[in-house]
Ligand binder design. Structure first.
Ligand code: ATP
Length: 232
């Protein structure tokens, strides 16, 4: 579905990812884990065209999209939910959703069916939402572009366990509908339980790649490269 081949990328002259090769299939659930600052966000941003690609290639369904700007990648089926959520604070929930709508894209009815809470809050300003509601809105807004590949950057960060579980259920649903999901998460256990496959990043390089269940069953590996105890 999507691949990075020998990718070295970063910001300006700074190189964050070094010769990174990674691919995943249609419908797959991939978890990318690792300590802070190891390049997880940069990996998603590079898939989306938001970094400087020094060398290597990004391919979507075999087509080289390395030179495509982010909006063209979005039109080709990629969607990212950034860690920063990027809600427009002065727009209502509904206006935020419509801002993410593309031609032939998702509908408000679909967004509200997935997140009934957003329907209740549809006239509220973005600035008045709780953290969980902001994250629901960020996800729903990206889905308005009907992405085939959904890139999620630490969607659970700072949220209460009950909201985290609700969002994980939503990701299960999106995956069951056939979407390909890449989940970057500090909550390693939730991410690994969800994913088929896991990649561990350390200083911009892949230090482990394999079945998520195997990573989950290897506390020493997690301790070495993720450095957090399992969180559930
Ligand atoms: N816009 C930027 N300009 C320059 N360097 C950056 C920029 N964004 C991130 N970096 C650097 O790139 C490295 C990797 O950051 P990245 O955000 O990809 O890591 P991460 O694994 O997602 O960590 P976190 O969990 O903290 O988001 C870090 O050293 C960071 O300081």
């Amino acid at each position: 579905m999507l691949s990075l081949g020998g990718v070295t990328a970063g910001y300006g002259e700074t190189r964050v990812l070094e010769d990174l090769t990674l691919s995943f299939a249609e419908g797959e659930r991939l978890a990318i884990i690792g300590r802070n600052g190891m390049g997880k966000t940069t990996t998603l941003a590079t898939m989306m065209g938001l970094t400087r690609l020094h060398s290597g290639a990004v391919r979507l369904r075999g087509a080289d999209i390395s030179r495509l700007p982010p909006h063209r990648r979005q039109a080709s089926g990629l969607g990212i939910v950034p860690q920063t959520r990027d809600i427009f604070p002065s727009l209502s929930v509904e206006e935020n959703l419509l801002a993410g709508q593309t031609r032939g894209g998702g509908t408000l009815a679909e967004a509200y069916a997935l997140f009934p809470r957003l329907r209740e809050r549809r006239r509220n300003g973005g600035a008045l939402l709780s953290g969980g509601e902001q994250q629901m809105l960020a996800i729903a807004r990206t889905l308005m572009g009907r992405p085939e590949v959904l890139l999620l950057d630490e969607p659970l960060e700072g949220l209460a366990p009950v909201i985290c579980q609700m969002l994980m259920d939503v990701f299960e649903r999106l995956s069951a509908e056939g979407r390909t999901i890449v989940l970057v998460e500090q909550h390693a256990e939730l991410a690994l339980r969800f994913a088929d496959r896991a990649v561990i990043l350390d200083t911009g390089r892949i230090v482990h790649e394999g079945r998520a269940a195997d990573v989950l069953a290897d506390p020493a590996l997690l301790d070495r490269h993720v450095g957090v105890g399992l969180d559930v």
